[in-house]
Design a protein around this ligand. Structure first.
Ligand code: G3H
Ligand code: 13P
Ligand code: ZN
Length: 385
């Protein structure tokens, strides 16, 4: 509501109570262990249960709604896309401050909750089952982690596939290219199905510049009044808003940047503590573009979102910041350099190892800019209540 002050502590307390009682009754992930009610199902709500039982401790998959209740107006959760093993390992390590190896000590001061994003392109790059298997393995290898598994830019059919999988804890339905009423209609159908299983739904209103998966977008910022109406009509859990960003490496040609004024206007009119999502948030660091070009690449001069705007945006209610392109730049620079510097090498593992470390360090750096670094233990404590 416009002008209303946001009572964050009260909101978090009320919100977590609601989530806990709801999920205990209806397991959002029934396929995890159909034979056991007391073990894995409760484990997803109370990490102590799995630590204290005979069962091996595993990382905790939570919904984005749970993550946002903790983050709202204080920090943003990084949502990172994965496509392969090296990205997955680097992502988990980076979020736990494990720079060099899986067995490094976790560093609570930098550890962060995070969101693993899986696009339709990622699901078809190899086979969606490989992605699930890798993440399941990461749950075992990194038992301290807390994260959501999220479908990025889903169509209605792919959302239903993910909702039915028993694995995804969150889906994005992207019908933003449709007219308002049609977007509402499609989103509402997905929300109804997802909520039946305790899964969170992100929707999108407005259009980013650039390319959204196979959809070419011409920028069309989200209108605050429409945003409020859309949320009320669909019941979605978070809203991706168009606020000046675009996907990919070529975002801004001049001095443009995030439309903080528009974020503030939308926040004022949305329901109290309603989470916004920012797509196209890579910063496209000059350092990485220069490294790519110095190693034979041909990327034109470009710029991305200023990392120092992540926190101010988070303070205005942006809870999820989507980053994919930056990870690709790190991958590209490391591999180009490796083959330039050792042209006789044909083993994929040496550059792979360097990439995993560089990506882990980069994730830790991003989390420090998002304010999520150092929040993992506080979130864990809230989830236990
Ligand atoms: O928003 C799009 C993401 O960066 C995913 O990209 O469809 O190439 O996997 P992708
Ligand atoms: P970038 O292209 O800026 O990394 O954005 C990724 C994204 O929005 C994924 O949904
Ligand atoms: Zn996106």
């Amino acid at each position: 509501m416009a002008g209303e002050s946001h009572d964050i502590q009260g909101y978090i307390a009320a919100h977590f109570c609601r989530i806990s009682s709801f999920v205990i009754r209806i397991s959002p992930f029934p396929s995890l262990d159909p034979g056991s009610l007391a073990g894995p199902r409760i484990k997803y709500l109370d990490f102590d249960v799995s630590y204290g039982s005979n069962e091996k401790a595993k990382g905790m998959i939570v919904t984005t709604k749970q993550l946002f209740a903790h983050a709202y107006s204080r920090y943003a959760v990084g949502a990172y896309n994965i496509n392969n093993l090296e990205q997955t390992v680097g992502l988990f390590r980076g979020n736990l401050g494990k720079s060099d190896s899986n067995s490094d000590a976790t560093k609570p001061a930098v550890s962060a909750p995070f969101i693993i994003q899986i696009s339709r392109g990622a699901r078809s790059y190899s086979d969606k089952r490989f992605l699930e298997a890798m993440i399941r393995a990461a749950e075992d290898v990194f038992p301290e982690s807390i994260f959501a598994v999220h479908l990025d830019h889903g169509t209605e059919d792919v959302c239903y596939d993910c909702i039915g999988s028993g694995f995804y804890s969150s889906v994005m339905i992207d019908a933003s290219h449709e007219k308002f009423e049609k977007n509402v209609e499609i989103t509402k159908r997905v929300v109804d199905r997802a909520h039946d299983k305790g899964i969170s739904v992100e929707a999108e209103l407005g259009q980013l510049g650039g390319v959204e998966e196979d959809i070419m977008g011409s920028e069309c910022l989200t209108e605050p009044d429409q945003a409020a109406e859309f949320v009320a009509k669909t019941g979605c859990d978070s809203l991706a808003v168009a606020i000046g960003t675009s996907h990919g490496a070529y975002k801004f040609s001049g001095g443009q940047g995030l439309r903080m004024d528009r974020i503030a206007e939308i926040q004022k009119i949305l329901p109290k503590c309603f989470p916004m999502v920012m797509h196209g948030s890579s910063s496209v660091p000059k350092e990485w573009v220069d490294r790519i070009n110095a190693a034979g690449g041909k990327m034109p001069a470009t710029s991305g979102v200023n990392e120092n705007q992540y926190l101010p945006a988070a303070q205005l209610g942006v809870c999820k910041v989507n980053i994919d392109t930056d990870g690709r730049l790190v991958w590209c620079a490391i591999h180009r350099e490796a083959f330039r510097d050792d042209p006789a090498n044909f083993d994929l593992r040496p550059p792979g190892k360097v990439f995993i470390k560089a990506y882990a360090d980069y994730i830790a750096h991003k989390n420090s800019k998002l304010g999520s670094g150092g929040q993992l233990e506080s979130l864990r404590a809230c989830l236990k209540k």
